[in-house]
Design a binder for this molecule. Structure first.
Ligand SMILES: C[S@@+](CC[C@H](N)C(=O)[O-])C[C@H]1O[C@@H](n2cnc3c(N)ncnc32)[C@H](O)[C@@H]1O
Length: 266
């Protein structure tokens, strides 16, 4: 390096004009090389102020574990908010998918009977083995509450599954459900049956085919920051409470549903 500087200085002494010309051309070339990056930065700054593009220039997420390896997954933060808000409906005979952890946590003493349904025969927690798309052996009008979190995206035939959920719910019973919104689109563990991500509109229309519209409440939880953090595999603890709680339905991480089956069919 020192030698190069010495050479440049001696060149400058001998041919000052020549060197200035070379230097100008080099600068022009370097401007051309940087051009696309500058355009992208200018574009980002034009409406929102400076963005540190480098932070996003990764082709892999920070983690592929949904946040489980760093704390509470961001989607779970929203799912649990729904269940806490509507915990009074988790009562009587309650059905949950895969295990009864939310039934216990949010239902407590209000729960008289707890059932767990799964399509997987090897799930030792399951008291009912059934495919929700074809579950005629599960009796109709049975459950006061069904906790149906993060499951519908694993079922291709969503209409048949929702038909079953409505059928097995008691009149007056409540379905509390959540669905992935802005989410990754596949993961190795569930690669054979990871079918869908949902929008509020899709959930609303789908469930209004079975429940009266006035009994269907659909919401989106999350915002663009929570969505980016969730896609990157960060945990809820890595965002501030107000960042998690800011509500922007255009970038919902989780879509939630509360649907009540009418006492008499309407
Ligand atoms: C990721 S778990 C979601 C439930 C869990 N309580 C939760 O909140 O994460 C998805 C469960 O749905 C089950 N499942 C997938 N397809 C199903 C179907 N057609 N009928 C019933 N259960 C199904 C899977 O076996 C799995 O146990």
């Amino acid at each position: 390096m020192k030698q190069q500087i010495r050479d440049m200085l001696s060149l400058l002494r001998r041919h000052p004009r020549e060197l200035i010309r070379v230097d100008r051309n080099l600068r022009k070339l370097s401007r051309l090389i940087r051009y696309p990056v500058q355009i992208r930065r200018r574009h980002l700054r034009s409406r929102t102020g400076p963005v540190r593009l480098e932070e996003f220039q990764r082709l892999s997420p920070i983690s592929r574990e949904f946040g489980f390896d760093r704390g509470q997954p961001i989607d779970r933060y929203y799912i649990e908010r729904l269940l806490a808000r509507h915990s009074k409906y988790i009562r009587g005979h309650v059905l949950e998918i895969k295990d009864a952890s939310y039934t216990r946590r949010y239902g407590g003493d209000r729960v008289s009977v707890s059932d767990v349904l799964d399509i997987a025969e090897d799930n030792w927690r399951a008291t009912i083995v059934a495919d929700l798309t074809n579950a005629s052996h599960v009796p109709s009008n049975t459950f006061d509450c069904i906790i149906f979190t993060q499951t519908l995206h694993f079922i291709y035939d969503v209409h048949s599954a929702v038909h079953t959920l409505h059928r097995i719910l008691k009149p007056g019973g409540t379905l509390l459900a959540t669905f992935p919104g802005t989410n990754r689109t596949s993961c190795r563990k569930f690669s054979g049956y990871y079918y869908w991500c949902f929008t509020q509109l899709a959930v609303q229309r789908l469930f209004e085919e079975y429940f009266p519209a006035k009994n269907v409440e659909v919401e989106g939880y999350g915002n663009v920051l929570a969505a980016i953090a969730f896609l990157d595999g960060l945990a809820a603890e890595e965002l501030l409470q107000e960042e998690l709680d800011y509500h922007d339905p255009d970038y919902a991480v989780v879509i939630t549903l509360k649907a009540i089956k009418p006492e008499s069919r309407s």
